[in-house]
Design a protein around this ligand. Structure first.
Ligand SMILES: [Zn+2]
Length: 224
């Protein structure tokens, strides 16, 4: 991928600073409606291969490379999204939506403490009961392996209702606007980086077909 070519996703190239330009940036940002509901949408980037700004050669190569098993992990694409998630302290996440995952969407996350009290040291299954010396059997693998949790377990829940669906920023303070612009700008860049990772990988690898043996358990008859 030619880095000189600049951004490959269709995003504004100038970060907005004035109140009006920030509102403009947030209002006009590309959006995607998820949950099959038009009344809730969130900031998004169209990452379909035919939509990103790459040349014909790279485009053909990208189409070829999406045939590869786990291409999003292999190419480092997912690692970039994961990086964003941890940098946002697990409060915002980028998810792929659309029929073929053609849209990267910004989603807000709630971290909710679960009521789990113990975890099995053999199969890692969580349990809502406190483990005691006498009562430590695991409900999943049945082994006596439950130990009490030292720190609580959190569940990541997607917030319903999209993000800034109403796009009504007039009453927002300058500080609130700046914070939101920074978040969306960081999101855009993370998606851009992920796409770069994918294109770089696609341009430096080729598909090779392998036949693999998958072990499977079958039932056979044996003489008694
Ligand atoms: Zn277990």
């Amino acid at each position: 991928m030619n880095k000189q070519a600049g951004r490959i996703t269709n995003l504004p190239k100038k970060k907005p600073h004035s109140r009006n330009s920030m509102i403009d940036f947030l209002t006009k940002h590309f959006r995607y409606s998820d949950y099959d509901r038009i009344d809730s949408s969130s900031y998004a980037v169209n990452i379909k291969i035919q939509e990103v700004n790459i040349g014909t050669v790279a485009r053909t190569q990208c189409y070829e490379m999406i045939e590869v098993e786990n291409y999003l992990d292999e190419s480092g694409f997912m690692a970039q999204l994961q990086n964003f998630f941890s940098k946002q302290e697990y409060r915002y996440r980028i998810v792929l939506d659309g029929r073929s995952g053609g849209y990267a969407v910004l989603r807000r996350i709630f971290r909710k403490k679960t009521d789990h009290k113990s975890r099995c040291k053999f199969c890692q299954a969580l349990n809502f009961d406190v483990a005691t010396e006498k009562k430590n059997q695991c409900g999943m693998c049945n082994k006596p392996g439950r130990v009490n949790l030292i720190s609580p377990v959190y569940e990541n829940i997607f917030e319903n209702g999209g993000m800034d669906t109403e796009r009504d920023f007039e009453d927002w303070t300058l500080e609130a606007l700046r914070k939101r612009v920074l978040l969306v700008w960081t999101f855009d860049l993370a998606v851009e980086r992920a796409c770069h990772s994918f294109v770089d990988w696609a341009m430096t690898h080729r598909v090779e077909e392998r036949t693999i043996q998958i072990p499977q358990s079958i039932k056979i008859s044996v003489p008694m």
